[in-house]
Design a protein. Structure first.
Length: 95
């Protein structure tokens, strides 16, 4: 449970940006596939940004508690996909 909470703490700064991207994608095309593809592209960009900048130190904490960077970003992607699906479902109901 502590590992999951640590992953949520890592994901917390990205939630607002993820929501804004989902809103823009939903405005232009409210289908699931383009939204998930966009999220996957952005996740790869975030991984590259964090692993190639001084922010790499953040990953050391997660390695020390037994979470590999792949597992961290994969679980973050799954959470983001779930939130995207919920948002797109609600968005489709009101449009």
């Amino acid at each position: 449970m502590y590992r999951f909470l640590a992953i949520l703490a890592f994901y917390k700064p990205f939630v607002v940006w993820s929501f804004l991207v989902t809103a823009v994608v939903a405005f232009f095309n409210a289908h699931v596939a383009p939204a998930i593809a966009t999220k996957l592209f952005l996740l790869i960009f975030v991984w590259y940004y964090i692993s190639e900048t001084p922010n790499k130190r953040k990953l050391t904490f997660y390695k020390n508690i037994g979470i590999s960077p792949f597992k961290l970003f994969f679980i973050m992607f799954i959470i983001d996909c779930f939130l995207t699906l919920v948002y797109l479902s609600v968005f489709r109901e009101f449009t």
